[in-house]
Write a new protein. Structure first.
Length: 122
């Protein structure tokens, strides 16, 4: 069973850099984080991909990016605890920097809450 099957997806933004391609965006990035486990899907200049990884208690990140029907890329780095991850990706003969920022989940509006604090006039 896919680990992300019962989790809400979060939209993310990300990029990776390589000498020959420059900085490339990760488009349509959808991520699911459950505790230490991360799963996701997206697409970039190379093609569609899936992500599977772990975030350790000390903030280390290890992700495998699998290009559908092609090759895999190892992403190693850090998580800041507030939704931003960065580090170095690698595959034999190539490496570069990367960054992924998790979007915020939708929250219910708080407009229905009435402020009754000091100075509030009815």
């Amino acid at each position: 069973m896919d680990r992300s099957e019962h989790r809400e997806s979060i939209r993310g933004e990300g990029w990776w850099e390589q000498v020959y391609h420059g900085r490339q965006p990760m488009d349509d990035l959808q991520l699911a984080v459950d505790g230490r486990c991360l799963d996701g899907v997206g697409t970039d200049i190379i093609g569609p991909f899936t992500l599977q990884g772990l975030i350790s208690d000390d903030g280390r990140v290890s992700i495998l990016k699998d290009y559908v029907g092609r090759h895999s890329v190892r992403y190693e780095g850090q998580h800041d605890g507030e939704g931003r991850m960065w580090g170095v990706w690698s595959l034999p003969g190539f490496s570069g920097r990367w960054m992924i920022a998790l979007g915020r989940q939708r929250r219910e509006s708080l407009d229905h809450i009435l402020d009754i604090g000091p100075g509030r006039r009815a």
